[in-house]
Design a protein around this ligand. Structure first.
Ligand SMILES: Nc1ncnc2c1ncn2[C@@H]1O[C@H](COP(=O)(O)OP(=O)(O)OP(=O)(O)O)[C@@H](O)[C@H]1O
Ligand SMILES: [Mg+2]
Length: 349
């Protein structure tokens, strides 16, 4: 443990519709949630991971941090979508050190990015000495996006200590909360407002991942277009209906069309990924993210695959410090806090 390590770890999910924050304290009896909060940000402030309206993101972050007052100023956050490329590649066997030396060269062979514009990271997933091959996870994150996140945090006197990837944060909290059987293929689908992270996961490792540019806001868009609602009205109606409020058949019809379209995109991606790794048996499908709560979505996905779809509860194995954390808020956020909780588990030391 370093001098600066503390029992607290802070996960901040910079989503394009809302910032989500989860702070955990590691105790002998397990993890305790010591902070949990969120702050909506104005639409279009973050587009494709890029902070377009720096002022409004900074103001929202300041409000969130001032209200939440986390114990630590060391933040773990993440990126997704077009801001990052995640790819599993086969390389000849080499040591960790050798790979560190040659990572730029290897990445240039496999990734269609300007290597000078990204930060590279890697993880050796599996070695197959008999074939002299190993499979390696390459991660290339756009430097300009990372720099924006570093500066918006440092202006508020917070320090970005770990930059993760959304799908790995989802994987992290899933692993922590839900034991899996050897060999079983789990499909993790984290549905946000503009991005959906899809990961095929087996035996503690990502098999393949892909982010698609669609999320719950596609349903909001549809409601605005067809029903003439403003963005705020459409969001409100969508959430109320999803929470069980009765509504007209017309509104239900438009929402259903939006859900059909979103589920169709998810299904196409899952099928494509399964096909590309030569697999056909899905053991479990687990959904998360704010839009996983959309009325009819879980059922629709479940019908598409003819199997039960589980909803990830990121707080399943945590205790709550109920003096400071409101159980009603935890309940309200629910699966929308998946990435933030997964990030808080990854301690930046
Ligand atoms: N109760 C609810 N019912 C239906 N939809 C909801 C509910 N709560 C949130 N959503 C939808 O979930 C989405 C936001 O989810 P989330 O917070 O996971 O996204 P984000 O992290 O901000 O976005 P992204 O990761 O795409 O940048 C929005 O489309 C929102 O309308
Ligand atoms: Mg998100």
């Amino acid at each position: 443990m370093s001098l600066f390590s503390s029992a607290y770890s802070l996960g901040l999910d910079i989503g394009s519709s809302a910032l989500k924050l989860v702070e955990l304290k590691e105790t002998k009896g397990g993890y305790v949630v010591t902070r949990c909060d969120f702050q909506e940000i104005p639409p279009d402030s973050i587009v494709d991971g890029q902070i377009i309206n720096y002022q409004s993101v900074s103001a929202a972050l300041e409000e969130l941090l001032k209200r939440a007052k986390p114990h630590t100023k060391r933040v773990t956050t993440s990126i997704a979508g077009t801001s990052v490329i995640v790819k599993t590649v086969n390389l000849p066997m080499m040591t960790q050190d050798e790979l560190e030396q040659s990572i730029t060269w290897e990445a240039e062979q496999y990734l269609t990015v300007d290597i000078n514009e990204v930060n590279l990271d890697f993880q050796i997933l599996e070695t197959r000495p008999e074939e002299n091959q190993m499979s390696v996870l390459l991660v290339a994150a756009k430097k300009d996006i990372i720099n924006d996140y570093v500066s918006v945090l440092s202006e508020l006197k917070y320090q970005l200590v770990v930059m993760d990837v959304d799908c790995f944060a989802v994987q992290n909290i899933f692993e922590f909360n839900y034991p899996t059987e050897p060999g079983e293929m789990v499909v993790l689908v984290n549905i946000g407002s503009h991005i959906t992270n899809v990961e095929l996961y087996r035996e503690g490792k990502p098999v393949i991942t892909r982010d698609i540019s669609i999320g719950g806001n596609s349903i909001t868009d549809e409601m605005q277009k067809v029903l003439g609602f403003s963005y705020e009205e459409a969001e409100e109606v969508k959430k109320k209906v999803s929470e069980g409020e009765e509504t007209s058949d017309q509104i239900l019809g438009v929402m259903k069309a939006g859900v059909d379209n979103l589920v169709g995109e998810i299904q196409r991606t899952v099928d494509f990924l399964m096909g590309s790794v030569g697999e056909s048996d899905i053991a479990r499908i687990v959904i998360s993210g704010g839009a996983s709560k959309t009325y009819g979505l879980r059922e629709e996905l479940s019908n598409a695959y003819g199997k039960e779809v589980e909803v990830l509860d990121p707080f399943k194995s945590f205790q709550l410090d109920t003096k400071v954390v409101d159980p009603a808020l935890i309940n309200f956020l629910g699966s929308a806090a998946t990435v933030a909780a997964g990030l808080a588990l990854r301690r930046g030391e």
